[in-house]
Design a protein around this ligand. Structure first.
Ligand SMILES: *Cc1c(COP(=O)(O)O)cnc(C)c1O
Length: 362
């Protein structure tokens, strides 16, 4: 069964990237690995806008999202919540035994910087988590405005999830004052899942060194020690690092500015088209994601039927709504390697499929 993914992760992986993964294995303590690791650093740093190292973790993003809590939260963490992933991050704080406050917004509403200021002003917190781009409901919060507030509280370590926004639009980690930045391979990097990226400020690294129960696998101090030798703490997914090397070549060839412009253009193309079919954007006006569009099912169509038609007849799939939004919204990704041509072809298929899709049962 072969079909193309237009779900917001994992996204379609190119033949070139898949081929890169088939290179012969090398030892993770060999000079060849060190050369590979070191070649990746400056290019990843450019994508993240940071002078800090970018560690490679063999895990999905949740590994380092949980790890970040265990490395930096001593007093209490403020978990900003406006969708499924950020809701879960609060739950993970509790599961790690951390003191945590849920700062809740409706799914699809952006995180409000003023609400953050009010909470942080209590002086109760030494960390904050935020999801820049809530993939579950296609809502992108105003990261620069939020970081402007967080920077007023130097005791607070900002842990920012850019899992589905990194390389889609400019995110300058150092300029924004982000202490811990987290991203994953299977979203805008259009790689297979299993690798995540983690960049940690000196401040966060110093904090980590004072936490006795930060564990081993996601220990910032271990990552840093090994980084200095051009390595990872344990055996990494070397095939995925080959894929990353290949992807960074692609990004370099296209240029970051062109990459951002392409994502913005394709995002708008999808948005305009689906709105012209009578649907509306689910997130609050002005806060729609640049990586994907989440549409409200205002035409009350049977989304399960739509996806069945798309998959069997047009060899592609979109997403029929995440968690409690299943059936009520649908999401279409424009992340990764999509072009004007591939998006136009997808929309043509969508148009044909919509014409055959029944209304949802009442
Ligand atoms: C996909 C996603 C995650 C979870 O990533 P995993 O790779 O499944 O661990 C976390 N945050 C956001 C914003 C995501 O889009």
């Amino acid at each position: 069964m072969s079909y193309k993914l237009f779900i917001p992760g994992p996204v379609a992986v190119s033949e070139k990237t898949l081929r890169a993964m088939t290179q012969p294995m090398i030892g993770h303590r060999s000079t060849d690995f060190v050369a590979l690791y070191n070649s990746i650093q400056p290019e990843l740093q450019a994508v993240l806008g940071t002078k800090d190292p970018v560690y490679l973790s063999t895990s999905s993003a949740w590994g380092v999202m949980e790890g970040a809590l265990r490395n930096v939260v001593k007093k209490k963490v403020l978990n900003c919540m406006n969708g499924a992933f950020s809701d879960k991050w609060y739950d993970v704080s509790l599961r790690c035994g951390k003191q945590a406050t849920a700062l809740k917004f409706e799914w699809g509403q952006p995180v409000d910087p003023e609400a953050i200021r009010k909470e942080l002003a209590t002086g109760d917190y030494d960390a904050l988590t935020l999801i820049h781009n809530e993939t579950s409901c296609g809502c992108m919060s105003d990261l620069p405005a939020i970081m402007k507030v967080v920077r007023e509280f130097p005791a607070v370590i900002a842990i920012i999830d850019t899992v589905s926004s990194l390389s889609v639009l400019p995110i300058n980690k150092d300029e924004l004052g982000i202490d811990v930045l987290v991203a994953g391979s299977q979203k805008a990097f259009a790689m297979p899942p299993g690798l995540s990226f983690l960049s940690v400020s000196k401040k966060a690294l110093d904090r980590a060194a004072t936490l006795p129960d930060r564990g081993y696998y996601f220990d910032f101090v271990e990552f840093q020690k090994n980084h200095e030798a051009g390595m990872t703490p344990s055996t990494p997914a070397i095939s995925l690092i080959y894929a990353l090397r290949s992807k960074l070549d692609d990004i370099k060839a296209e240029g970051l500015a062109a990459r951002y412009a392409r994502h913005a253009r394709l995002n708008q193309t999808v948005r305009d088209f689906v709105i012209s079919k009578g649907f509306t954007l689910f997130p609050k006006e002005g806060y729609g994601s640049a990586s994907l569009n989440c549409f409200a099912n205002t035409q009350n169509i049977d989304l399960g039927a739509l996806n069945k038609i798309l998959k069997s007849k047009y060899k592609l799939v979109i997403d029929g709504g995440y968690g409690k939004l299943k059936g009520k919204t649908f999401r279409i990704s424009n992340m990764g390697d999509e072009t004007d041509e591939t998006i136009a072809a997808m929309l043509q298929s969508l148009e044909s499929a919509l014409a055959e899709t029944p209304k949802a049962a009442a």
